[in-house]
Ligand binder design. Sequence first.
Ligand code: NAD
Ligand code: ZN
Length: 270
Amino acid sequence: MTPDRSAADLDLPELDAVRDLVARAERPVVLTGAGMSAESGVPTFRDAQTGLWERYSPEQLATEEAFLADPGLVWSWYLWRARMVRGVEPNAGHRAVAAWQARVPGLVVATQNVDDLHERAGADVLAHLHGSLFRFRCAECEAPAEVDVAAAHDGGHAPGSEADLEGLLRTEPPVCTACAAGRVRPDIVWFGEMLPADAWDATYAALDSCDLCVVVGTSGLVQPAASLPFVALGAGAPVVEVNPDVTELSSAVTHRLAGPAGLVLPALLA
Ligand SMILES: NC(=O)c1ccc[n+]([C@@H]2O[C@H](COP(=O)([O-])OP(=O)(O)OC[C@H]3O[C@@H](n4cnc5c(N)ncnc54)[C@H](O)[C@@H]3O)[C@@H](O)[C@H]2O)c1
Ligand SMILES: [Zn+2]
């Protein structure tokens, strides 16, 4: 994306219709995925497979089998991602969602993202459907654990850089202080694991009674999160997709705004 693009350069024929929906909504739900944070510099999984990470795909690292087989590799990948997120800022899209929620307190944010950029922009997040990079728990006894991601190593490299990753590689996860047996793991929903029931139920209930759903930056490929917009459609609410690319969801939505979140959301909510 060229830095000086503005929303006026985008072709958004449905913008006015969606603005009307936004103006009337009292119980909107904003569902976000990795594309929401792309303009902050947090790569989506597809973008992330460059450089050193060509060697390791998320599908290979984000599983319990991977953690058991090579705890140091998986642990250092998550530490590196947490450090990367610490080093970036919320973008104009995150700020627009937070401002909308300040105006409409009934607005719910539910995210697949494991970063904390919505919160750092000032929004209250109902659900982190796939967990958080900044929460940790024992892989055996589930006890929560404190981990200082900033203190992970003193290599002196820019957090989130490839050099930082090289320095972190195969840092072993700490042993749980509660049971003194299990390894500490990130509190992330790995492939093959269940979503946290409370986050799922709260999101489902919000969608079932919403009057507008805005889906931002998700490919609609990762289940069961990809099914959530259909809960809003089933409840009779309009569903708006904000994504520069056509996705699995595109043919089902009520309105599509084809552009990046950092331009489209501020234009929509201005
Ligand atoms: N920031 C994060 O927390 C983060 C980053 C990478 C992956 N993930 C995890 O990856 C999984 C992948 O699912 P997903 O659907 O969230 O992501 P995804 O990587 O499958 O899809 C990203 C989507 O974002 C769109 N996109 C890219 N740039 C955009 C922009 N500027 N504005 C709007 N949309 C944009 C792409 O077209 C794509 O459809 C999730 O489980 C998520 O937890 C999270
Ligand atoms: Zn334990």
